[in-house]
Design a protein around this ligand. Structure first.
Ligand SMILES: Nc1ncnc2c1ncn2[C@@H]1O[C@H](COP(=O)(O)OP(=O)(O)O)[C@@H](O)[C@H]1O
Ligand SMILES: [Mg+2]
Length: 237
């Protein structure tokens, strides 16, 4: 039996935003361990701190206080370069607004991050085509984002998030701009990545149906974790 391996760990994480005189305590004393191969849903009302939490887990933002470990490495001590390297190698991020570059084709959008990681153009193109095939969009590889539906754009964003073979995939309301049928299609891709590719998936959502894809559900309210429980046990603990 395999041991539970921790891929991401937050210890006493706090985050306060300062906007002029106004202080918002977005996260308060967050403690969290994410095990390899888990599928985690983070739910909670609007403004509860979900995006702040996900951004910190994805190394896109820093805690004000506390520590963040990626596979036992304390990232709060790293230089920006080291941080960018870990983020590029281990983490794939999917946003609610897709964040695709409008003047690039689907294929180019997927290729782009690989060019920052010293992958050759030939290899990058080959890999981007494989990923577009995986999300069912090989035939639309030469379209630009505005020539695609929301669901198609999100599938391209997922392909882009996967280019460097990240072990952890974080998605912030990935179905928030999609109708329920398209949202389900997107979630099926995450399910495939989890079940068939053993990726660790963390999805923020306020939709309970979308949350039901997870094996573990975290409820966050006013910047605090209110509950954290296993909803299904289909991997070895
Ligand atoms: N850049 C920011 N500057 C100031 N306040 C912010 C910023 N980002 C988020 N907040 C505030 O922090 C709290 C948590 O926000 P967020 O993490 O985006 O919540 P959620 O994703 O659950 O809706 C909210 O009160 C929000 O208004
Ligand atoms: Mg949010």
């Amino acid at each position: 039996m395999s041991m539970k391996e921790i891929v991401l760990r937050l210890e006493n994480v706090y985050k306060t935003y300062h906007l002029g005189e106004i202080e918002t305590r977005a996260l308060r004393d967050i403690n969290l361990k994410i095990y390899k191969g888990s599928f985690l849903s983070i739910v909670g009302p609007s403004g509860s701190g979900k995006s702040t939490l996900l951004n910190i887990m994805g190394l896109l933002d820093f805690p004000e206080k506390g520590k963040v470990f990626v596979e036992d490495k304390d990232i709060t001590t790293l230089s920006l370069n080291e941080l960018a390297k870990i983020r590029g190698e281990k983490i794939g991020f999917v946003f609610q607004q897709f964040n695709l570059i409008q003047h690039l084709t689907a294929l180019e959008n997927v290729i782009l991050p690989m060019l920052f990681q010293n992958v050759s153009e030939v290899e990058a193109k080959k890999r981007a085509k494989e990923l577009l095939k995986m999300v069912g969009l090989e035939e639309k590889a030469l379209r630009r984002p505005y020539q695609l539906s929301g669901g198609e754009q999100q599938r391209i964003a997922i392909a882009r998030a996967l280019v460097n073979n990240p072990s952890i995939i974080l998605a912030d309301e990935p179905t928030g701009n999609l109708d329920s049928k398209t949202g389900k299609m997107v979630m099926e891709i995450f399910k495939h990545l989890h079940q068939d590719k053993q990726r660790t998936i963390i999805v923020v959502t306020h939709d309970s149906y979308i949350a039901s894809y997870g094996d573990q559900k975290i409820l966050i309210q006013d910047g605090q974790i209110i509950s954290n429980h296993q909803t299904r046990k289909n991997y070895i603990l």
